[in-house]
Structures are given as structure tokens and as C-alpha cells.
Design a protein around this ligand. Structure first.
Ligand code: ZN
Length: 274
């Protein structure tokens, strides 16, 4: 099984491989730019070569990119929407250069406007990104916690978006257990509901996280596995579901002092699926 975590690219893109190897994962997720900005910078050919060599040497599996936090396809601001699209097109092209699966995105927030008012804009934006994506590179939509009007906290809304996308073979879905829990889905029911609303064939990866915030609280606050409101038993029962056998798991937990997953977090993740 592919089990890994989110790691930093600080100091050079290839360093993400050193970091995932150090904590014992065999798949990974990274940003390809500063997560708190929509600015991007080209990553040099030299860094890419070093990255690809290290990835092959250590036998590391799928790499998922995560779009910058400011990406908002539901934005009312044309400037912000254009910057979001430019950033994601950069990410998708880069994904092609490093043979990544694709880019995971939070669709964004309508900040008070209703879903019906923004769905057309979201679908047009997604089609535009897919048209500009290299062959085989997916745009992966993540379920949201529902904080401050974020889209896709409701699986039926996510399903509506997907059903209107031109080329659905280029769409993936990332299911985040913390976001599901915070948006009112119990983990022992989420896969059935996901299958009915979206179809498990679209499920590309799991973000396995515990939750600092309460059930249905609509707060996006991750906790280390077993230390939050979901708890180890529920996470284990979910992770061992046979329908997830071939699905990569990425944990995005705070670790210690918010420095991200440590070796002990990946070890715990491994212990949940055996
Ligand atoms: Zn996530």
C-alpha cells in the first residue's frame, strides 16, 4: 500500500524525497510554490533531475501536488480567480514534468453567495484548467470542512460539479477524513455515501487525519492520528475498509509544533492498515 505524508520542499524541490524517506513514507504530497501565495517560480531542470533520481533510487510511489491555500475558483474577484487559474496551470504543467498524479485543490469559498450562484463559474474554471493540463495529469478535488462557505463540503455539490465537467477522466477526488467529520459525515458511512454521490471510481487518495474540532463543527483543524475527536478506533475501521486497499493514504497531521508528520505518525498510519 502507498502510505505517506505531506512534506516541505524548502531548500530545493528534491529535498522532499529526503524528507519522505526519513519519515518512512513511500508516497508523498508537496506544494510546488509558497503555500500562502499565488505566485509561482519555475523549478530548475537541475532540481527536477535530482528529484527524479532520488525518487527512483528510493522507490517512492505517487507524488501528489497540493495547490496553494489561496486558490479560490469560487472567488468574486476576477483578479483572484485569474491568479488562481494561473497558479493551477503552473502546478499542472509542473506535475507533468515530474510525473506527478496531479494537483489536489480545495475548490474555494463563495463567502456567503449560494452554491447555485457559483457553480457555473467553478465548472468553467475547472474545464479551463483541464484543457491546459498535460495528458494524464489529474485535477483532484478535495472535500471541504465547510468553514466560511467553502464549496464541496457536501458530497452532492461535489458530484454536481463533477457531472458537469467536460472530461471526467481527468478528475480525481481526495477524501479528507477530518473535513468529512467536520462537515457532518461519520467515517463508518462516508464510503457508502461517497459511492452513491460521486462513485468510488473517482476516489484518487485519502487524507487520513484526526480532528481537533468537533463532529459537524465545520472547522478545518487537523490533529495527530489518535489524538483527536475521531479517535484511533474509528480511523482504523475506516482505513481497513477493503474498498480502500489500492488507494494511497497521505496524512497531513500537525506532528509536533505544526512541523508536519514525523516518523512516528507514519508508523502509526502503517499500523492502522495492517
Ligand atoms: Zn486534506
Amino acid at each position: 500500500m502507498y502510505l505517506g505524508g505531506n512534506v516541505s520542499i524548502a531548500g530545493g524541490f528534491d529535498k522532499c524525497i529526503d524528507r519522505i524517506v526519513t519519515i518512512g513514507g513511500n508516497c508523498l504530497m508537496t506544494f510546488a510554490s509558497s503555500p500562502r501565495s499565488l505566485e509561482t517560480r519555475e523549478i530548475s531542470g537541475g532540481e527536477i533531475v535530482k528529484y527524479l533520481e532520488k525518487k527512483a533510487k528510493h522507490g517512492i510511489g505517487p507524488h501528489f501536488l497540493h495547490g496553494a491555500y489561496l486558490v479560490n475558483l469560487a472567488s468574486e474577484s476576477k483578479t483572484n480567480l485569474t491568479a488562481s487559474l494561473d497558479s493551477l496551470i503552473f502546478y499542472q504543467r509542473f506535475a507533468g514534468q515530474i510525473n506527478s498524479v496531479g494537483t489536489i485543490i480545495h475548490i474555494g469559498s463563495h463567502k456567503g453567495r449560494g452554491f447555485a450562484d457559483v457553480v457555473d463559474q467553478i465548472v468553467v474554471a475547472i474545464n479551463y484548467i483541464l484543457d491546459s493540463s498535460p495528458k494524464g495529469i489529474r485535477l483532484i478535488l478535495e472535500n471541504a470542512a465547510g468553514q466560511a462557505g467553502t464549496e464541496s463540503d457536501d458530497l452532492k455539490e461535489l458530484s454536481q460539479i463533477i457531472s458537469r465537467v467536460g472530461d471526467r477522466s481527468k478528475i480525481g477526488v481526495c477524501l479528507d477524513t477530518q473535513h468529512a467529520f467536520a462537515s457532518g459525515y461519520l467515517l463508518d458511512q462516508i464510503l457508502d455515501k461517497f459511492d452513491r454521490a460521486i462513485g468510488l471510481k473517482h476516489l484518487t487518495l485519502i487524507h487520513l487525519n484526526d480532528s481537533k474540532s468537533e463532529f459537524n463543527s465545520r472547522h478545518d483543524r487537523h490533529e495527530n492520528l489518535g489524538e483527536g475527536k475521531i479517535g484511533l478506533e474509528n480511523l482504523k475501521n475506516f482505513a481497513k475498509d477493503p474498498r480502500l486497499q489500492n488507494i494511497p493514504f497521505i496524512t497531513e497531521v500537525p506532528g509536533e509544533n505544526n512541523s508536519g508528520p514525523r516518523k512516528q505518525d507514519i508508523d502509526l498510519l502503517k499500523s492502522l492498515v495492517v
